[in-house]
Design a protein around this ligand. Sequence first.
Ligand SMILES: Cc1ncc(COP(=O)(O)O)c(C=O)c1O
Length: 405
Amino acid sequence: MEEFHKVRRLPPYVFEQVNRLKASARSRGADIVDLGMGNPDLPTPQAIVDKLCDVVRDPRTHRYSASRGIPGLRRAQAAYYARRFGVKLDPETQVVATLGSKEGFANMAQAITAPGDVVMCPNPTYPIHAFGFIMSGGVIRSMQAEPDDGFIPALERAVRHSIPKPLALILNYPSNPTACVASLDFYKDVVAFARKNDIIILSDLAYAEIYFDGNPPPSVLEVPGAMDVAVEFTSMSKTFSMPGWRMGFAVGNERLVAALARVKSYLDYGAFTPIQVAAAAALNSDGAEIEEVRSVYHRRRDVLVEAFGRAGWHVPPPPATMFAWAPIPEPFRPLGSLEFSKLLVEKAEVAVAPGVGFGEHGDDYVRIALVENEHRIRQAARSIKRFLVSAEKTLDNVIPLAARR
Ligand SMILES: Cc1ncc(COP(=O)(O)O)c(C=O)c1O
């Protein structure tokens, strides 16, 4: 039987191959340090858990909830945007709660895409950015992920050479997987371009609060006029270590927010009310929990960069996110990121995410997630050091001479 139309467009998850190796190594008793998936390991702050437990005792909260979010939650998100970014949002028309930002993003794609619509998407990027649109019948035009001087010229080329003209541009800063951050000046240029060319901006700001060295990333909505063209997605998953709770938001342009809310009203009844109430309390809190989460990732980042560096693997320090985007050490680069990641599991007992899983332009890199504690990150660095030293002597067995530079 032939595969279904949509399923045929979803390639097998590259990360699955590393996961399988990891599982089989563990079943043989190996102690794998897992820096692969971006699944936060920190517990949700106790005050948020306590709030959930209090609210869940009230049977009135057990009914279907509100698909676009209870009013108190939407107000809390609007207040957060006002405090953090100086952006004023109407909680009635410019805020919708989502079941995690991933769901929000995918259903926004569903809401706005006609078959064949062209969407400009960074490569490499978090897979839902491209596949949300592919599943909705759209077509992807890959864009550079770095927000540098080449970005606007690339945008101009994309618009000039795409028929039909692109519907939307996806931005994701701080970026998963590259950890690139964008400045407000960059957003100003992109918003001006989008307004002039009538292009929708979808900004994924999932890592709004996971930043280091005192540089909070801006929101695209801080740019005057951005509200005419942009919608932005945020997530409670990383900010408050609530990945399993499934709570996120889309905010911004009223027409886009209304389109998402309309589609969602057919699909879901909203998150469980106690989750929404606890999420509102988290957003309304004084920010101490966010600071704590951020400082844990900061310390882990510093340990990673220092310990891996001493092991002989230079990893540029990420300015934000919970990821390091690490160039594959030179002698191994011809292997590509998937084979190198497999080798790391088998020979160094360390799991990372192969860069190619985020797009073809990620194949010279692996993504290292800061989801194990400092002690375990040091342990990973020690075994990588042993692996790199021994591989130097035995490299010919690993990489055919012909493939080496
Ligand atoms: C860039 C980016 N966007 C969205 C998400 C999904 O977050 P959520 O848990 O809110 O669905 C992730 C999760 O890793 C992410 O890295």
